[in-house]
Design a protein around this ligand. Sequence first.
Ligand SMILES: C[N+](C)(C)CCCC[C@H](N)C(=O)O
Length: 230
Amino acid sequence: MSFPIASIALVNSVLFGVYSNVLLVLTATPYQERWTHPAMYTDIFLAGCMGGFVQSYCLGPFDLIKVRLQNQTEPRLKPGSPQPRYRGPLHCMASILQKEGVQGLLRGSGTLMLRDTPTLGIYFVTYEWFCRYSTPKGQEPSSTTVLVAGGFAGIASWVTATPLDVIKCRMQMDGLKERLYRGVVHCMASSLRQEGPGVFFRGLTINSARAFPVNAVTFLSYEYLLRWWG
Ligand SMILES: C[N+](C)(C)CCCC[C@H](N)C(=O)O
């Protein structure tokens, strides 16, 4: 449990930190004037893409370890049964480093970057659009608006990210036994050939159901923290 929590804290602070600072540079509008002088959607999109690009490199190794541990489906240790491949996050990291090298720890990071750069642009644009649409001009959005806008931003982002999310997970699991895929394009083509277009939407419902509450709370915390420290 402490492993995903630590990674969420680090990754979100990188994402929101890069986003806010890039937006500040692009618009030259301080946070306090954000709702009276709204930024252009193209600037919001660019700042979100930049945030997504940088965060994907921090997220890469954490995400790989999470995917490997989640896919470890052997039953839990019974007396006398063999040890599982990975005994926990640190053991997983050490054994990837040992068997697959530093390169191995970055497996899937390129696909993660392709997944997160545009979809985090969409994430922040959806959030801002919903806040502006539901709030009278020049006013700050209410907490309820922030919650709902954050929830929809999460869903919009996950809907667009799911095709590359499926490919990313496959790339991250590749290399455990024999290598199946030569790269992202080969992985996409062979998944499509063997399983049809539906393969790109696998996990979409569960991703969206998780995205609403998670991102509602994420944006509410972000807005509150900015108000306290702003
Ligand atoms: C870009 N992508 C869709 C992958 C994530 C967007 C939302 C980020 C949030 N930390 C979450 O986990 O839901």
